[in-house]
Design a protein. Sequence first.
Length: 319
Amino acid sequence: MNWKHLISVIVGLCVAFSTQAKPLTIGYSDWPGWVAWEVGLEKGWFEEAGVEVTFEWFDYVASMDAYAAGQLDAVCMTNGDALVTGATGRPSSMALINDFSDGNDMIVAQPGITDVAQLAGKKVGVEIGFVGHLLLLRALEKAGLTEDDVDLVNVPTNETPLVLASGEVDAIVAWQPNSSQSLQLVPGSTSIYTSANDPGLIYDTLAVAPESLNLFASEWSKVFQVWYRIVDFIENPDTQAEAIEIMAARVGVAPEKYAELMQGTRFLAEDEARLRLVPTDGLDSLQGSTDVADAFNVKYRVYSEAQPTSDYISDRLYQ
């Protein structure tokens, strides 16, 4: 071995050691399927599993920006937004399915608007290029409309309740808690379309940097194990109330109110998630849903070229 090669090996080992010494960093945000991580943190289950992990709290889009900038090893995001982040910034591997939205993502309209068809010619506030945009496009298509039939107003999701209340728009697209806040702020407003109309359109995942998943597979496996311990705790009638109390405290909502928010989130047990990793052409699989998201994203110019969707999905931890 020559000196140059020896030095290269030593430097490589030093980099690997320094990387290994650093805890895994995960960005999460205000969605029941991701707030649930708080249960594992509160109960000390990551320490019990022997994995050093840091969770960083963000607004949703800010978390994706932080991941794209290389500040995080993983981020909690929807399957459609994983494609957006990958096409425009940094690819990821969706290595764990948390849940799918089953009513918590909504189109909320001003009083007097009772169906999607009535949005023709109206202003709709939505965070363009992200998950709410996809839900809106799907709803418009089913109603025989296109994006050109409405006037889109780009509104950050966390601002949608106030924008609807101001009267600046005729409808908004948001997920919980913003969707229910919109309904509360505008008396007589109506949820005219939800993710329950398209179960499986929006999967919520833990998207991990491929290089981190490859280098620290055993560590991510421990995170995976903690996640399903969390799901069992949430779904168990004997411990569900405690789980909701922990989650509600994280976002400053009364437990009884948070229990209502939980109803529109379909948490998936490990066996259910494993089945949804088997590719199909429909929304009942992560692959089929991600293909639908990719087609919409290209059609509506969220990004220009179709993404290799299967490259964004990893069943490694489930094996």
